[in-house]
Design a protein around this ligand. Structure first.
Ligand code: ME8
Length: 523
């Protein structure tokens, strides 16, 4: 998909029943890298994240902690979820909480619109519910329990007993949208990505859709159904709407039209909500479906999906405290093929940190700048003449720019970084081959020495621009040290090689100092 006039990217909004772990952080960082990259393309960009605060899951966590659901949500948002934004260096433009008035009134407005259009009806309902998923589960996702749950039916994802619910509910006529959805998938082959996710959704929809229960009466922690306040809106129906309520759905200031449709980054566990229910809701309200729903894989720890309930959750801060936010961002974006499951281990993180960030990138930058200071007193002469070898480096940089930019169009973040890294490796090889320290020995080679170091510094500037969306802190330091003009975040991806120099380089401390990690040495 080519870059359009605007780019609106979202993360899932996270349940505040508990604190964040690195699985949540992964989705946040991915959306952040995409947003930063698009801003550096010059695209009108908006990045939304937030928290999902209604439903039984939150109600029960609050009760277990002896506070009201709102008190619980406020505490978790202020103490854990908002601080995560700083921990990870996120550049979100907005943060929505589903308990905010702006959200609640627009959810009611949307629901009334669907009701007026005849897409809502009332009926008796009985089904098995999983509070962990906040979902009535289809038979195929209910399995016999093991261990303490032997003899009971449990949710295949949460391994917790299902609860039988029997109520009068309002329903959304989801089944009306089977054919319109299939038509939409066909007309928009890139709507659901990756391809494996798309195939799964298409066959699910082909197998038939049931109408969706969208209200509850057995508890009251939720948004009231506007025409019947004995009911609260089903938490998923409420949550999905955040993507439009946050940008002013129903207002006439043009903001909504400017941003919508969005591109959603979601975990594969919640793909169906986003690729089936959500576009159907929008179609019913005569709003365009999202541009793309991209399903990420799961982070696995010791072969299991990381989760709080299974005690495999690692707080992001445990990693950033030791390695820094840049390393966290780089590692997860580089090491995991975006869209597939990936295993986390401290050993792998530490190995990549030292080999790729510290040695590959950081050392390259410090060595080159140290040579400019040593051999040219920090100021490279102008009017240099480049050799074929130098031109090859510039060509490599141009290729890295084009290929990484194309990879980002496909949301192939890991591939985009791999493309940029070809320039890191190419520059390292170039320095090894050109041996500037040997050129420095002969006065006759002075021109050649200047050309090599100038070419290397030019390449470093391109790296700063291209890697800024991924490692914003280290690239800022590099940007200052190479003596570049202007703000780094304002530099365009396409012009990464054409940055303007003041002509003077500065000092550069190690961008990625060695880390003796307690986790890796104890392991
Ligand atoms: O589902 N690996 O919220 P949630 C990778 N509130 N990603 C993971 C992960 C793991 N081990 N664990 C969680 C909800 N995630 C709803 C969403 S949206 C309108 C409502 C990520 O707090 C993944 O992106 O359970 C998943 O979809 C998201 O966290 C949901 O977290």
């Amino acid at each position: 998909m080519a870059s359009g006039d605007s780019f609106y990217v979202t993360t899932p909004i996270f349940y505040v029943n508990d604190v964040p772990h690195i699985g949540h952080a992964y989705a946040e960082v991915a959306a952040d890298v995409l947003a930063r990259w698009h801003r550096q393309r010059g695209t009108d960009t908006w990045f939304l994240t937030g928290t999902d605060e209604h439903g039984q899951k939150i109600m029960r966590s609050a009760a277990a902690n002896g506070v009201t659901p709102k008190e619980w949500a406020d505490k978790l948002v202020e103490e854990s979820w908002k601080p995560l934004l700083d921990t990870l260096n996120l550049s979100n433009d907005d943060f929505i909480r589903t308990t905010e008035e702006r959200h609640e009134v627009r959810v009611q407005k949307f629901l009334s619109k669907l009701d007026d259009a005849g897409f809502i009806y009332e009926d008796e309902f009985e089904a098995l519910y999983c509070v962990g998923c906040e979902e009535f589960k289809p038979e195929s996702e209910i399995v016999p329990g093991e261990g303490a749950n032997e003899g009971q039916l449990v949710c295949a994802i949460h391994s917790k007993p299902m609860e039988l619910l029997s109520e009068r509910n309002y329903f959304f006529r989801l089944s009306d949208f089977q054919q319109p959805l299939l038509d939409y998938y066909e007309a928009n082959p890139d709507f659901i990505q990756p391809a494996s996710a798309r195939n799964e959704v298409v066959s699910f929809v082909k197998s038939g859709l049931h109408d969706l229960s969208i209200s509850r009466t057995s508890f009251d922690w939720g948004i009231k159904v506007p025409w019947d306040d004995a009911h609260v809106v089903y938490v998923w129906f409420d949550a999905l709407l955040n993507y439009i309520t946050a940008i002013g759905y129903g207002d006439d200031d043009g903001e909504f039209e400017r941003r919508w449709p969005a591109q959603h980054v979601v975990g594969k566990d919640i793909l169906r909500f986003h690729a089936v229910i959500w576009p159907a809701m929008l179609m019913a309200a005569q709003i365009a479906p999202p541009k793309r729903v991209f399903a990420t894989g799961w982070l696995l720890v010791g072969g299991e999906k990381m989760s709080k309930s299974k005690l495999t959750g690692i707080p992001p801060q445990q990693i950033t405290d030791e390695f820094g936010a840049d390393a966290f961002r780089y590692y997860f974006m580089r090491a995991i093929h975006f869209g597939q499951d990936g295993s986390f281990s401290w050993e792998d993180l530490s190995a990549r940190y030292h080999a790729e960030l510290a040695n590959g990138f950081g050392n390259l930058a410090s060595r080159v700048l140290a040579m400019v200071r040593k051999y040219f007193d920090a100021e490279l002469p102008g009017g240099i003449e480049r050799h074929q070898d130098d031109e090859r480096i510039l060509e490599l940089a141009r290729t890295a720019i084009a290929n990484s930019d194309a990879a980002i169009d496909r949301f192939a973040i890991d591939q985009a970084i791999a493309e940029v890294w070809k320039l890191v490796d190419g520059l390292n090889l170039y320095i090894t081959e050109q041996q500037p320290w040997v050129l420095a020995k002969q006065e006759a080679d002075r021109g050649r020495l200047a050309a090599v170091l100038d070419t290397a510094v030019r390449g470093l500037g391109a790296l700063a621009v291209l890697l800024h969306p991924v490692i914003p802190v280290a690239t800022e330091k590099l940007w200052a040290a190479i003596g570049a003009e202007g703000e780094l975040a304002q530099q365009r991806i396409a012009d990464a090689l054409e940055w303007r120099s003041t002509g003077r380089v500065g000092e550069l401390d190690a961008l990625f100092p060695r880390v003796e990690s307690a986790e890796t040495t104890d392991a």
